[in-house]
Design a protein around this ligand. Sequence first.
Ligand code: ATP
Length: 236
Amino acid sequence: MDFSTQPVLQVSQATIFQGENPVLLDVNFSVEQHEFVFLIGRTGSGKSSLLKTLYADLPLKTGRVEIAGYHLEKIKTKEVPYLRRKIGIIFQDFQLFTDRSVQENLAFVLKATGWKDNVQIKNRISEVLLQVGLAEALTKMPHQLSGGEQQRIVIARALLNNPSILLADEPTGNLDPDVADGIFKLFQEINKQGTAILMATHNHELLRKFPYRVLKCEKGKLLDSQVHDVSFGSSF
Ligand SMILES: Nc1ncnc2c1ncn2[C@@H]1O[C@H](COP(=O)(O)OP(=O)(O)OP(=O)(O)O)[C@@H](O)[C@H]1O
């Protein structure tokens, strides 16, 4: 068994760019396997740009990032799909195929990531649906599900390949507060089972309720509540 304490994410001296424009300078932090970390900051402060860099949607031009065993400063385009199997990515807007059932949406991802055995595919889909509390949704079409249920399916999809870290960009942003609470609890359960979570949020309530570590994008820097005095205030 692997008892290594190697962080799942390590960022050193990285600059986060949008095109030619630097958005965050000299970014340094790491995330351990058991951690739940909030990413905050005003609109336009660089949260999404940081997350996009971490899943290799934006190139890392300066500095070093190791995530789920991949070094982004030297990753090749053909390796990016393999990296994305090791990290789960969840956005605010559910991007399910609207013309396919839940089962077909999930099977598509497994097949695209190399799964071939139909029995194993079926079993894995049942497992992740059970994990997100939606076993009965298997044959439903996305439009037959509520917003919160669709987001649960998106989370199930992100879990299919047992990622070591989930990157979530405002995953509760479009949901009613009660539904958002349920989704947040689901993230906490997933975290307790050993998946690190880095979640961008504007939700003050969550930050006040849950004393997780906070990374804050502010004036081109990334502040870390483990190192800096990070104010939540009204500035995010
Ligand atoms: N596709 C893009 N092309 C060029 N510039 C962009 C692009 N997306 C974002 N930016 C710019 O990069 C900077 C950081 O934006 P980013 O989307 O990372 O902020 P954010 O903190 O995620 O904001 P929000 O809370 O509104 O999602 C902003 O100045 C923004 O205008």
